[in-house]
Write a protein that binds this ligand. Structure first.
Ligand code: ADP
Length: 411
């Protein structure tokens, strides 16, 4: 056997084996290919789904971001509305947790931080009971309560969403000023009827006597005439003063500012009361600086010093009543001294109160309404000024009105 024959024999043998191998391997490859393809398709589908899910998630996140932004914007807006509202306010949810609260509510309860609210329930007892009851009963209610010496109107508003109870909103309004106004009005009506009743019944009594058929007493007739005149004058004063006071509280006094000379004004005031001055042994002097001008309400100034002079005359039988002025870098002070009966130190704090009269009967005789100094104080305060009194019983009194220096204009 030569070499070529052996090679051919090996080749033939290899072809035979290969053929068998190919025949064997073909279905395996086919199966692998088919499976591979199926897996590929499956994987592709999963991939596609994954991409779609990713897209959905991204879209959802974007939408959530927008919703979050909007809701945090809305929450911020709500918070800023609540914090800017002037009333104490608090909103709690259905689990009695605080959702929104403003500084005014914290201040009302002497709290500086919200967390203190959760920690040790420092709320005013009446307020806490009101909140608890309204929350538990889910009711809209209103109650007037006194917290820290202020009157509040407390309001509860239950919040519902699709018929479900979601919590409660509480608003507290300070109504001290409103109640005070009501009290003043009631007092005014009571005072007015009380004050007018006395002169009216005095006049009625005298007229009744005068109307008696057998009344002939000339002396009493003359006396009654004078008394009726005094009582009528008194009623006129009371009505006039009441009207003045009802129109003017310090807050609503309208000032008509003009430039005038206080020295001349005091001269006018003295001249207008010359007849009362002459009935007594009194001298009135005006020592105000002549060179001084002020920017103020002339009528109100006239009323102030006219009242003070009238009081000084009523309280004095003799002596000197002196008007003076002084200035420092803050105030222009105008003083009126008298040498009259003076006042006991215990009386002084009350004399600016309405209807306060130290000696009722004496005041009635002089026709005072008891409102004069209340009006004086209102007018001085309206000029951002203050009024002070120094008095010694039996020696005399000094009333000092201090006005801010800015009203002074050098003549
Ligand atoms: P009235 O109309 O009674 O004068 P006022 O409000 O003007 O009311 O004064 C209140 C009270 O203050 C007076 O009743 C009087 O007793 C007292 N009073 C006011 N001014 C003087 C004064 N110069 N000297 C002494 N008492 C005074």
């Amino acid at each position: 056997m030569n070499k070529h024959f052996i090679v051919k024999l090996i080749l033939a043998f290899l072809i035979l084996i290969l053929n068998d191998f190919v025949q064997f391997i073909e279905p395996v490859i086919l199966t692998i290919a088919v499976f591979g393809y199926i897996i590929y398709l499956f994987y592709d589908e999963i991939n596609l789904k994954k991409i779609r899910i990713d897209q959905l998630i991204r879209q959802y996140q974007q939408e959530m971001n927008i919703v979050n932004k909007e809701s945090s914007l809305r929450t911020k807006q709500l918070e800023s509305i609540v914090s800017n509202i002037n009333f104490p306010m608090v909103l709690i949810n259905q689990h009695a947790q605080i959702l929104l609260v403003n500084d005014n509510f914290l201040k009302l309860n002497n709290i500086t931080e919200i967390k203190q609210l959760h920690e040790n329930s420092p709320l005013d007892t009446e307020l806490r009971n009101f909140m608890r009851e309204a929350f538990l009963k889910e009711i809209s209610s209103q109650k007037t309560m006194n917290i820290k010496q202020q009157d509040y109107s407390a309001l509860s508003i239950p919040i519902y969403e699709n018929g479900r109870y979601m919590g409660c909103l509480y608003i507290f309004q300070n109504i001290t000023y409103i109640l005070e106004r009501e009290r003043i009005q009631k007092r005014f009506i009571a005072d007015a009827s009380h004050e007018l009743k006395t002169p009216v019944s005095a006049i009625k009594g005298m007229i009744e006597i005068l109307n008696r058929p057998n009344f002939k007493d000339e002396e009493t007739l003359l006396d009654f005439h004078q008394q009726i005149e005094i009582e009528a004058k008194r009623m006129e004063n009371i009505i006039q003063d009441m009207l003045t006071l009802s129109r003017n509280t310090t807050k609503n006094v309208l000032l008509n500012i003009e430039q005038f000379n206080p020295y001349q004004l005091i001269n006018d005031v003295i001249r207008s009361q010359q007849s009362s001055i002459q009935q007594k042994r009194i001298v009135v002097e005006n020592n105000l600086s002549k060179e001084l001008n002020v920017d103020a309400d002339r009528d109100k100034f006239y009323h102030i010093f006219s009242n003070l002079l009238s009081n000084a005359i009523k309280s004095s039988e003799r002596g000197t009543i002196l008007f003076e002025s002084s200035m420092d870098d803050r105030f222009l002070s105008i003083m009126i001294h008298d040498e009259g009966i003076g006042m006991h130190p215990a009386e002084i704090p009350y004399i600016f109160e309405r209807y306060y009269r130290i000696d009722e009967s004496r005041s009635r005789n002089t026709g005072g309404s008891g409102l004069g100094l209340a009006i004086v104080k209102t007018y001085v305060n309206a000029h951002q000024g203050t009024i002070e009194v120094q008095s010694i019983e039996g020696k005399g009194s000094t009333f000092t009105c201090n006005f801010p220096i800015k009203i002074v204009k050098k003549a």
